[in-house]
Design a protein around this ligand. Structure first.
Ligand SMILES: [Zn+2]
Ligand SMILES: [Zn+2]
Length: 157
């Protein structure tokens, strides 16, 4: 959980420390760094906003045309299972992908607007009291980073 040391000015560094940290997470878990895994991690670190698997695969394939679409999808699933990528489920079956907070150093949760589809980043500790209550009272382990809260944004109200 602690990747805080020396991360202050990471954004100014062109070598994408988030990529390095994600690769380190794979290596330290004894997992291979395939070309596809590297390409997907690099794309996730540089793409703006909250991309779908389709948008990610297009972006990966503009830089790495030899990586097949199905491989990108499979790689996303694998990296999510290994904890390097976070899958966020949005309303209406849509899914977006992030490098895990441990890699980016930017832990956060999401809300999505039911009207315009906009996705808003929220503080990572927002659901802590609810997570604790669910664990204590219902023996349920909530997974806050994987869900987006649904509602109506400021503009659409
Ligand atoms: Zn909206
Ligand atoms: Zn986000």
């Amino acid at each position: 959980m602690s990747v805080e040391a020396g991360t202050q000015d990471d954004r100014a560094d062109a070598s994408h420390p988030a990529v390095e940290r994600a690769l380190t997470m794979l290596r330290s878990g004894g997992h291979r760094i395939t070309g596809a895994r590297h390409a997907v991690i690099e794309t996730l670190a540089t793409i703006d906003g909250h991309p779908s698997a389709e948008q990610l695969s297009e972006q990966v394939r503009t830089l790495h045309p030899t990586v097949h679409r199905a491989t990108v999808y499979r790689t996303l699933e694998t990296l999510a299972a290994l904890g390097v990528v976070t899958q966020v489920h949005l309303a209406g079956n849509a899914t977006t992908y992030h490098l895990a907070g441990d890699a980016t150093g930017h832990h956060h949760l999401h809300a999505s607007c039911r009207v315009c589809g906009r996705i808003i980043d929220l503080p990572s500790d927002l659901l802590d009291p609810i997570t604790r209550r669910l664990a204590e009272e219902r023996d349920f382990a909530l997974d806050p980073p994987h869900i987006a809260l649904s509602g109506t944004c400021h503009t659409c109200q």
